[in-house]
Design a protein around this ligand. Structure first.
Ligand SMILES: Cc1cc2nc3c(=O)[nH]c(=O)nc-3n(C[C@H](O)[C@H](O)[C@H](O)COP(=O)(O)OP(=O)(O)OC[C@H]3O[C@@H](n4cnc5c(N)ncnc54)[C@H](O)[C@@H]3O)c2cc1C
Length: 348
């Protein structure tokens, strides 16, 4: 069985692991271990693929703002396609939610994000299917963008490999031991040694830390369900924005000629190959019928994915308090794709 030595071992081949591997590869030899047969199989491959500067808690939304220039102007050789395309986001508030709505608007203006406030009726020009009687205020964020997650992930991995980085798939970290200042990580693909381990295992970060003998930090996964259905006949959906309610009970957006909707569920889950929850599928459809004029005739596709959070929902990035050579890159929640690209300056 192979035994390899590196400067850094990164555990997890989602967007977190791929981006940190790329960044670290200018500082030393990096081995990226992924337990599945391909990178991006779990959360990263299941997201709504949107970047909005009005999404997530305070620190995350600042990381999103800091990631924007990288997404718009990735480094030379990163990709041949545009990583982002304009989508726009529409936020809707019901009666009683005005204070929350105003606080969000003020914070966005403070951060220099362009927004346009409107009445519910005026919002029809952005998204013609909302039920205006359900809402009292609307805010449009024109710079919200769709992210080509596949291009982002493969751009990171391509440049990482070109710098000599190694991606090892089907390499689940099963045993993690530190001795004499070196971590030894045992996998079905062999044993890997390095002085520093980066824990970027998404829904499995707590499990990986426990394997390494470290204390419980309560960074754990929650399942989210998503559904797609056919758009209303004859409608030109491609210009519609990602539409959210500020109370966070649903969002929907155009997705490859269909409408994607999520009831924004957040159920505690074991780390696993998450599946759509049937009750949440029904709730998603009900939200579409309640808040829009669309009718869901057939569900075309449904899926589940994990979003992993610390108790305060903010990022968990940095050395473990007990062991400085064990670095967490975790708690990406619902911002991991849009907010994880702020590690290096953009191309000038
Ligand atoms: C329905 C849904 C919609 C979302 N929408 C958005 C959105 O619009 N925008 C956005 O930015 N974010 C969104 N997110 C969140 C985003 O997908 C996550 O924040 C992000 O993908 C997390 O990336 P990650 O690398 O931490 O996790 P993952 O992509 O899950 O990667 C972790 C990897 O670690 C591997 N691993 C685990 N244990 C081990 C081990 N022991 N050894 C080796 N490998 C291991 C796993 O196989 C996995 O590939 C959404 C999530 C969901 C579920």
């Amino acid at each position: 069985m192979a035994k390899e030595t590196a400067d850094f071992i990164v555990i997890g081949g989602g967007i977190a692991g791929a981006s940190v591997s790329y960044e670290l590869s200018t500082h030393g030899k990096v081995v990226l271990l992924e337990m599945e047969s391909a990178a991006g199989y779990h959360s990263t491959g299941r997201s709504a693929a949107v970047m909005s500067e009005n999404y997530g808690p305070a620190l995350w939304s600042r990381l999103v703002t800091a990631s924007r220039s990288f997404l718009e102007q990735p480094p030379e050789g990163f990709t041949n396609v545009s990583l982002v395309t304009p989508r726009g986001a529409l936020f809707l508030a019901r009666e009683g939610e005005e204070a929350q709505f105003s606080a969000q608007a003020e914070e966005l203006v403070r951060r220099g994000v362009t927004i346009e406030q409107a009445s519910a009726e005026e919002a029809l020009r952005f998204c013609p299917v909302i039920r205006t009687d359900a809402f009292v205020r609307a805010m449009y964020e024109p710079d919200c963008m769709d992210i080509d997650t596949e291009a982002l992930l493969s751009g990171y991995l391509k440049l990482f490999r070109s710098r000599g980085g190694q991606v090892v798939t089907k390499a689940k970290a099963e045993r993690i031991v530190r001795s004499g200042g070196v971590w030894t990580v045992s996998t079905p693909k062999g044993t890997f040694e390095a002085p520093v381990v980066i824990n970027a295992a998404g829904g499995w970060v707590q499990e990986v830390a426990t394997l390494a003998g470290l204390s419980y930090r309560n960074v754990v996964p929650f399942r989210r369900t998503a559904v797609t259905f056919g758009p209303p006949a004859g409608s030109d959906i491609h210009t519609w924005p990602m539409t959210f309610d500020v109370a966070e009970t649903f969002y929907f957006k155009p997705e490859a000629g269909r409408i994607m909707v999520s009831p924004v569920d957040m159920s505690p889950s074991e780390p696993c190959d998450a599946q759509a929850d049937e009750l949440e599928v029904a709730i998603a459809i009900d939200r579409i019928h309640t808040f829009t004029t669309m009718e869901v005739r057939t569900v075309k596709h449904k899926w589940g994915g994990l979003r992993t959070f610390a108790p305060d929902h903010e990022p968990v990035i940095g050395a473990d308090p007990e062991e400085p050579s064990f670095i967490w890159l975790a708690g990406q929640g619902g911002n991991g794709v849009m907010g994880g690209c702020c590690g290096s300056p953009p191309r000038r």
